[in-house]
Structure formats: structure tokens, C-alpha cells
Design a protein around this ligand. Structure first.
Ligand code: GDP
Ligand code: MG
Length: 182
């Protein structure tokens, strides 16, 4: 048996890191999501000031997941990370409806940035484990508040998830893998 084309393809593909930025307001759950996804499968870790970088192999894709601090003082420096970004994971705290307009403004800034023009957008409506009677919004409500359906010429997806239970995270990763394979 020789090396099949798909094996060869995945070997070639694995060498290159697919850059994914994990963005969102502070307290959205970015770091919890990063470590929930990569825990037990971390190939390398390179913490740098203001961001966490993990390499994570998943379904034939070598993801370079970069979680950037979301505090106001750091958000202005996000753009230094933009070049070569294949996908953005925008993490939303679904229980923080008061700051959804701020998250929407940040999203607008991201999608209008020229260096992110071709980046996929995965919105994670996080903290779905919280009860709705504590003000937790559904993914559909988060989508509505962010105006996602108004996005033009952008491949996007929204997924409800919980970084605490892990629910929904790999469905999101699967969507990315499917889109990246095209
Ligand atoms: N209930 C709940 N809490 C979460 C979830 N994800 C993160 N948190 C909590 O939200 C807070 C902020 O999480 P963190 O990952 O530090 O947010 P970051 O600032 O975006 O990196 C922490 O107290 C987490 O335990 C979730 O899915 N459900
Ligand atoms: Mg963090």
C-alpha cells in the first residue's frame, strides 16, 4: 500500500499553521475556551505578553490558536495580530447583554479591516450553561444583537457553547475544518 493522496495531503497541510484569532471582550471566556479545546492535546505553548498561543492539531488541520486579551487597553493592539489570519473566533458572553453593543462595535471594526477581509468568522455564543432567567441570551438572540445577517461577503457561523461543559466547541471547530478544507 502506498501513501494515499489524502494522507499525503494531510501531511503537507499539517506543516502549515492555520492562524486563528480568539477575540472578544474581557470576561467573554476566550482563555477558558482556548484551554478547554487544547487541553490534553497541546503540542507547544508559547505564552507572550497580552496573548496565549497554542498549537492544536484537529482533523488534519494544525491550528495556531491565539487568544488575545480583551481589555480596552489591549483591544487597540489587536490589529498587530491580523496579518495571515484564516479565521476569527469571536467569543461572546451570552449573559452580558449590556455589553453586546460594544461587542457589535468591535465586530464591525474587525469585519471592516482589510487584512481580515478573507477570514472566516465563527461567533461563539458562550456561557449557554447559564439559565435564561438570569438574562442569558440564546444564540439566535446574540446573532440578532450583533446584526450577523447583515454581514456581506463573509463566511460566518454562530454556535452556542459552554466553555465550562465543553458543549458546542467542537461543532464550531468542525465548521472551521469544513470551511478550511475547501
Ligand atoms: N458559566 C460560565 N462561565 C464561563 C464560561 N466560560 C468562561 N466562564 C467564566 O467567565 C470568566 C471569564 O473567563 P475567561 O476565560 O478568563 O475570559 P476572557 O477574559 O475572555 O479570557 C471566568 O470566571 C470563567 O470561569 C461558560 O461557558 N459558562
Ligand atoms: Mg483571557
Amino acid at each position: 500500500m502506498g501513501v494515499t493522496f489524502s494522507t499525503l495531503w494531510s501531511r503537507l497541510f499539517l506543516r502549515k499553521e492555520t492562524k486563528v484569532l480568539i477575540l472578544g471582550l474581557d470576561n467573554a471566556g476566550k482563555s477558558t475556551i482556548l484551554y478547554r479545546i487544547t487541553m490534553g492535546s497541546v503540542v507547544a505553548s508559547a505564552p507572550t505578553v497580552g496573548s496565549n498561543h497554542e498549537i492544536y492539531d484537529y482533523k488534519g488541520v494544525r491550528f495556531g490558536l491565539i487568544d488575545i486579551g480583551g481589555q480596552t487597553s489591549l483591544r487597540s493592539s489587536w490589529s498587530q495580530y491580523f496579518a495571515g489570519t484564516s479565521a476569527i473566533i469571536l467569543v461572546i458572553d451570552s449573559s452580558d447583554s449590556a455589553r453586546l453593543p460594544l461587542a457589535k462595535a468591535e465586530l464591525k471594526r474587525l469585519v471592516s479591516d482589510d487584512s481580515l477581509r478573507t477570514s472566516l468568522l465563527l461567533v461563539l455564543a458562550n456561557k449557554q450553561d447559564l439559565p435564561t432567567n438570569q438574562g442569558r441570551l440564546t444564540p439566535a438572540q446574540v446573532s440578532e444583537a450583533l446584526g450577523l445577517t447583515d454581514l456581506r461577503e463573509r463566511e460566518w457561523q454562530i454556535m452556542g457553547c459552554s466553555a465550562l461543559t465543553g458543549e458546542g466547541l467542537f461543532e464550531g471547530m468542525d465548521w472551521l475544518v469544513g470551511k478550511l478544507a475547501r
